[in-house]
Design a protein around this ligand. Structure first.
Ligand SMILES: [Zn+2]
Length: 251
């Protein structure tokens, strides 16, 4: 399992619609790029918004661009506790018990009770990465850090479960965590993780081949994949022996 995945830790942020940006900053205002993110076309903008909860406020929460069709405010669980709200995890749903959050820009403000969430940790992969690891879109996997700090006794080693796999052709491989998750596990943006092989399901298949060798079978075992035999596929005797004990072939 040699695919190393860089970590991207996201601080609290929001994605806005044209309409909301107009309300907060004035009609026709464009987002200005502060810093490009690893995923293509995505950027942190120079513009920030004040976020006011029932209990506390954050003075400058960054807007990520480009604009979207649906607004999405993402905070960590610690942020939510500080603000005094209890948003759902990883889905669009209303805040409970009539809670709301105010977003305030230089031109105006809005109060929202939905489109606020604590993000579910997830893995961005393109199809080639996903095939190599042996996972599919919407799988749930475990990830582990590749290396620890110089003194392992000082580091917070976590294996994280329930990591959602998201596969799209334009994705660049990256594990997205929020600041709670990064801090709890001692991970920062740019650190490396890998997918723990034991968390990969048995349903993925290797790309079909005309010649299947012992090496291919070993790879399939390691990745918990099956190998589909096509008409006329040649299998070496060693591959046949090994495959028998693992029940790797599907016809
Ligand atoms: Zn992401």
């Amino acid at each position: 399992m040699s695919v190393l995945i860089p970590v991207g830790v996201s601080n609290r942020h929001m994605h806005l619609t044209r309409e909301v940006l107009d309300t907060l900053f004035g009609r026709g205002i464009e987002l200005e790029v502060y810093r490009y993110l690893r995923q293509r076309g995505e950027f942190a903008s120079k513009q920030t918004v004040e976020m006011i909860g029932p209990r506390n406020r954050f003075s400058a929460v960054r807007i990520l661009g480009p604009l979207r069709d649906r607004m999405q405010v993402e905070v960590s669980r610690s942020d939510a506790v500080f603000l005094g709200i209890f948003p759902p995890m990883g889905k669009f749903a209303s805040l409970p018990d009539g809670e709301s959050l105010e977003l305030k820009g230089p031109n105006g403000s809005i109060k929202i009770a939905e489109n606020i969430m604590v993000s579910r940790r997830h893995l961005h992969l393109n199809q080639a990465d996903a095939d190599e690891i042996g996972v599919r879109d919407q799988d749930s996997v475990y990830v582990a850090p590749v290396k620890m700090t110089a003194d392992p006794a000082e580091s917070r080693i976590c294996i994280m479960g329930n990591v959602l796999v998201r596969v799209q052709e334009n994705f660049i491989k990256e594990l997205h965590l929020d600041t709670d998750e990064g801090n709890a596990c001692g991970l920062r943006s740019g650190d490396m993780v890998y997918v723990v092989p034991s968390s990969i399901g048995y349903y993925a298949e290797m790309p079909s081949k005309k010649l299947v060798t012992e090496h291919d079978v070993r790879q399939a075992v390691l990745r918990k994949q099956k190998i589909r035999l096509l008409k006329g596929t040649i299998i070496t005797p060693a591959a046949k022996d090994l495959a028998k004990s693992y029940n790797i072939f599907v016809e």
